[in-house]
Design a protein around this ligand. Structure first.
Ligand code: URA
Length: 436
């Protein structure tokens, strides 16, 4: 087999076999196939697309390019959840203990934040003492003991995807549905999930800007799941504004705790119940979505979900008393309001710009080696649809020091808000659901 023939076949729009895709992925991983041939292949895929069978074969080849986590020592159906990345997205902090309290084992690996999006691991590390690095044995035995563990992505998961993604980033080949779908699913499959619930974000703060693109991506991922025997469901949710009100690590943990107490923002609560309900159905703990959602509501109101969060935090060495006393979370020494200079209704909030603003305050990383400040971030005071009077606070910046760079960030926050004279038509949070 020769890489050039495979590239030519794809260039001409013909279907590749699983063997050909394995040859490419293995060759690229071990250095036998150079970047320039893989770039040509990625561009051919971008123009010609892939069939579901090809996409599934590419996914499996990438999943098998490195470590594959074996979760078979954990009883039950292990359901993973993945979000395509958003601003203010603290759903894992809520959904993981929520579904674990309903009997679905959660053995999850999460990432750190980069650029305008945050990462679950950074958020958890804002809890004093919380350990995100556990041995594989400790991880599995914790899930068997309390039904839940969340750790940082370790080792060598889907290294072929890592290499290909970096190449796509610099060859204008990121925006290919089969390449994105196989990239996301290869990591979930390598992480050992039996079933997968995807939260595909759509809108200004998301990777996919339109509902149609998001549906195509969701369908491609659900099809991969069917082809490789992992039941998959995808929820398409709005990211035309941040989720909830908090952006920044400790601030988001605080909001997550409020949500676990049943006192969270409506959008965040609804999304968590929806993602959680699909996890409960795929995890075999309820026969229908409605039954699962009712079960989860009961877990929230009974306090069992919050109790599960506490035992999870304690099991990983963290200070579980933050659940009862969220003021024990790290707090920024100063707050600075961002004031509206005109009146109107909030028509849109550019989530990505607020993510960048929070990063500039120190909540996120511009490059992967940057240190972050868990205390800082933004608390929104106004969301889409809210009426604003000139002089009202749009958002509050939680800052580590009072200095002139805050003015620059405040200007960015203000510019992220679009006001209009009429009340806008509100777009629903949940835009579509794709199941197999
Ligand atoms: N996220 C991924 O993991 N892969 C992509 O290709 C795009 C977004």
């Amino acid at each position: 087999m020769r890489a050039v023939d495979i590239i030519q076949k794809k260039r001409d729009g013909r279907e590749l076999s699983a063997d050909e895709l394995v040859f490419l992925v293995d060759g690229y991983s071990n250095g036998g196939i150079p970047d320039y041939q893989m770039s040509a292949f990625a561009m051919a895929v971008l123009f010609r697309g892939m069939t579901p069978a090809e996409t599934a074969a590419l996914t499996l080849a990438m999943a098998q390019s490195g470590d594959q986590v074996d979760l078979s020592a954990i009883g039950g159906i292990k359901v993973d959840k993945h979000s395509t990345g958003g601003v203010g997205d603290k759903t894992t902090l809520i959904v993981a203990p929520l579904v674990a309290s309903a009997g679905v084992p959660v053995a999850k690996m999460s990432g750190r934040g980069l650029g305008h999006t945050g990462g679950t691991i950074d958020k958890l590390e804002s809890i004093a003492g919380f350990r995100t690095e556990l041995s594989r044995e400790a991880f599995i035995s914790q899930v068997n003991a309390i039904g839940l563990s969340v750790i940082g992505q370790s080792g060598n998961l889907a290294p072929a995807d890592k290499k290909l993604y970096a190449l796509r980033d610099v060859t204008a080949t990121v925006e290919s549905i089969p390449l994105i779908a196989s990239s996301v699913m290869s990591k979930k499959i390598a992480a050992g999930a039996d079933a997968i619930v995807l939260d595909v974000k759509t809108g200004s703060g998301a990777f996919m800007k339109t509902v149609l693109q998001s549906e195509q991506l969701a369908e491609a991922m659900v099809k991969i799941g069917s082809e490789v025997g992992r039941q998959t469901a995808a929820v398409i949710s709005d990211m035309d504004q941040p989720l909830g009100y908090a952006i920044g690590n400790a601030l988001e943990v605080k909001e997550a705790i409020a949500t676990l107490k049943g006192e969270g923002p409506a959008d965040l609560t609804k999304l968590c119940l929806t993602l959680g309900a699909y996890m409960v159905v795929l995890g075999g703990q309820a026969a229908s979505f409605e039954e699962a959602e009712a079960l989860l509501r009961q877990k929230l109101s009974s306090g069992e979900a919050l109790a599960k969060f506490k035992s999870f935090v304690a099991a990983q060495g963290g200070d579980e008393s933050v659940a009862d006393n969220p003021e024990k979370l790290p707090q920024a020494p100063h707050t600075v309001p961002v004031i509206a200079s005109e009146s109107g209704y909030v028509a849109a909030i550019q989530a990505e710009q607020l993510g960048i603003a929070a990063m500039l305050l120190g909540a996120g990383r511009a490059t992967k080696d940057d240190a972050i400040d868990h205390r800082v971030g933004l608390m929104l005071s106004k969301k889409v649809g809210d009426a604003v009077q000139a002089g009202d606070t749009l958002a509050v910046m939680h800052v580590h020091a009072l200095n002139s760079s805050n003015d620059e960030v405040a200007a960015k926050v203000k510019a992220a808000y679009t006001l209009q004279s009429e009340a806008p038509k509100l777009r629903p949070l949940l835009l579509s659901i794709v199941t197999s």
